[in-house]
Design a protein around this ligand. Structure first.
Ligand code: PEP
Ligand code: MG
Length: 599
């Protein structure tokens, strides 16, 4: 700690990856690159252009080095994160724009690069689409690399860090986060960034606590300072006092004690005191989550989101790429089942170059199964790989965003055609592979009894079901207060979906976020769901609630809330019940409401 170091300062940002860490700061020097403008003589123009091309070649070489390191450390499937940088560095518009500026305006290469990148980033800034706006940061990161190479600066990489440290940076590019492994990086904090950025997603999947959007942390913390990062609450303490450190130790001890206590449930059934069994499985996006699923006693994958495979690339994943990924998933959880959802691109999901025309209202646009049925050539590639993967373990196929019977029949027809192709080619697959649907569109929910005759299982996607049923944009914070899983209308529609499924004799799961929040567990028990699928780390706490409750109790609570008319009344009733039954409460990271819990 230096003389001008700050003492015991607490900052609050957005916690994007839970967990608490204490360690020394490593300030990553990623300040703005200051670019000077100067004019060059006509005779220097070609040399200047050559200098620009050398910087491009060097940038590409550095990225290839990162790519090789990432591939060795965490595997092929994360390489897509680096794609945009390669695309920007090789972009013809950038290269020709810079060359033209140097030639016509006779300015130095650095200034020409800066000008062209600025014009690109203005266009992205104006984009309505949040995803496109986020891509602006890819342009800035790639541009920074070119500029540093032009100016002869060596970019600092995370692999240069020898000791265990907490990274403090203005912003981290996904190309930085993919270099992080749990070893030396204890946590990271940044001035800026969004919770849906790839950086945040990677931190969560690697289990590294992270807080972003701290605004000025790079101006306040220095290399060597001590930092406590709480990725659960989003708080960061710089050079904490003895009192703050004690608080931190207590918090960590309590959290670990709680976590350890929960692990005793890992090999026990999720069974109520009166013998009602419910299956607890995991929602998975990345292969790294599979060991956590097993550690926490998950009974398989209830939802594998395949969107990641299509993310940020300018070509389509090949059948082999699909197959390699699904094989690893299926073999990773074998003998437990993996429900793999066919791609759900569009809406708030990752939009890659593959999506079709820009849409006014993408959440209700050509997404998910609609997109797949419109472009069966793309759909078939994924289905072939899914069927082929079924030879290696237990695969179930799930279609997202089904709104009616025709879509199910059409999608199943495509599966039949793919099966026939495989038969002709003599390729083996599970001939009895189960096919299910996400129930997440109100029309599907209302006619669940009819849809249930067409498929083997249902999974209720409350994230979207509530969005469409209540007309609340799930990514718009202005209406977030209306997003109420305990709204009487939501409870009623879920009751009718489950009744419809059970009358037709098929099981019904829930895989929306509601399934992983202990506040709702007793209600969900009462509803008679067969399976709950959630983030792996939520499994132990949900199992605890189930094992310490009875089905009869769940039924009674459900009976009572069905008599209440408002979401507020229902929530108050459920909270009071839960507080009586579980007086110690739950740590915040396990609940959706940041004001609750003791963590
Ligand atoms: C849902 O909609 O509830 C769901 C689980 O799917 P996603 O969050 O991927 O839309
Ligand atoms: Mg959904």
């Amino acid at each position: 700690m230096g003389q001008d170091s700050i003492l015991d300062m607490r900052l609050t940002g957005t916690g994007v990856s839970p967990g608490v860490a204490k360690g020394r700061v490593y300030l990553l020097d990623r300040g703005k690159v200051e670019v000077q403008e100067y004019h060059i003589a006509a005779s220097q123009v070609e040399d200047e252009i050559r200098r620009f091309h050398r910087a491009l070649t060097e940038s590409k070489r550095q990225l290839e080095e990162v790519q090789a390191r990432v591939k060795n450390a965490i595997g092929q499937e994360h390489l897509y994160i680096l794609e945009p940088y390669f695309m920007i560095i090789e972009d013809r518009m950038l290269i020709e724009g810079v060359e033209e500026s140097i030639r016509k305006e006779r300015i130095n290469a650095e200034y020409a690069v800066k000008k062209v990148l600025q014009s690109f980033s203005i266009i992205f800034d104006r984009a309505e689409d949040e995803y496109l706006r986020e891509r602006r940061s890819d342009i800035l990161h790639a541009g920074d690399r070119i500029l540093r190479n032009l100016m002869g600066h060596q970019p600092e990489t995370l692999t240069d860090i020898a000791k265990k440290a907490i990274i403090v940076a203005h912003d981290l590019a996904p190309s930085d986060t993919v270099q992080m492994t749990k070893g030396n990086i204890l946590a990271f904090v940044t001035d800026i960034g969004g919770p849906t950025s790839h950086t945040a997603i990677m931190a969560r999947s690697l289990g590294i606590p992270a807080v972003i959007g701290l605004k000025e942390i790079t101006g306040l913390a220095h290399t060597g300072d001590t930092l406590i990062v709480d990725g659960t609450t989003g708080t960061v303490s710089i050079n904490p006092s003895a009192e703050t450190q004690r608080e931190y130790f207590l918090k960590r001890r309590r959290f670990r004690f709680w976590e350890r206590g929960l692990l005793k449930y890992r090999n026990l059934d999720a069974q109520t005191r009166d013998g009602y069994r419910i299956r607890l499985s995991a929602n998975v996006e990345l292969l790294e989550e599979i060991p956590t699923l097993k550690e926490f006693g998950g009974q398989g994958i209830g939802l594998y989101r395949t969107e990641f495979l299509y993310l940020n690339r300018h070509d389509l994943p090949s059948e082999d790429e699909h197959l390699q990924m699904y094989r690893r998933v299926v073999e990773g959880v074998r003998p437990l089942p993996a429900i793999i959802r066919t791609v759900d691109l569009g809406g708030d999901k990752f939009v890659s170059k593959l999506t079709l025309a820009e849409e006014m209202n993408p959440a209700m646009g050509l997404r998910a199964i609609r997109f797949c049925l419109k472009v069966p050539e793309i759909f078939k590639v994924q289905l072939r790989a899914l069927l082929r993967a079924s030879a290696y373990g237990q695969v179930k196929i799930m279609f997202p965003m089904i709104s009616g019977i025709e879509e199910i029949r059409e999608a199943k027809q495509v599966v039949t055609e793919v099966k026939e192709d495989l038969d002709r080619a003599g390729i083996t697959y599970d001939r009895d592979i189960q096919i299910g649907i996400m129930v997440e569109i109100p029309s599907a929910a209302l006619m669940a009894d009819l849809l249930a005759r067409e498929v083997d299982f249902f999974s209720i996607g409350t994230n979207d079901l509530i969005q469409y049923f209540m007309a609340i944009d799930r990514v718009n914070e202005q209406v977030a207060y209306l997003y109420e899983p305990l709204h009487p209308a939501v409870i009623r529609i879920i009751v009718s979906v489950i009744e419809g499924a059970h009358r037709a004799g098929i099981p019904v799961a829930m895989c929306g976020e509601m399934a992983g929040d202990p506040l709702y567990t007793l209600v969900l028990l009462g509803l008679g769901l067969d399976e709950l699928s959630m983030a792996p780390h939520s499994i132990p706490v949900i199992k605890k609630v189930i094992r310490e409750s009875s089905f009869a109790e769940g039924k009674e609570i459900l009976g009572e809330i069905l008599k209440l008319a408002t979401a507020k009344e229902i929530e108050e009733y459920v909270r009071t019940k839960m507080a009586l039954r579980f007086p110690a409460g739950f740590p915040k990271s396990f609940t959706s409401d940041p004001a609750r819990g003791w963590c």
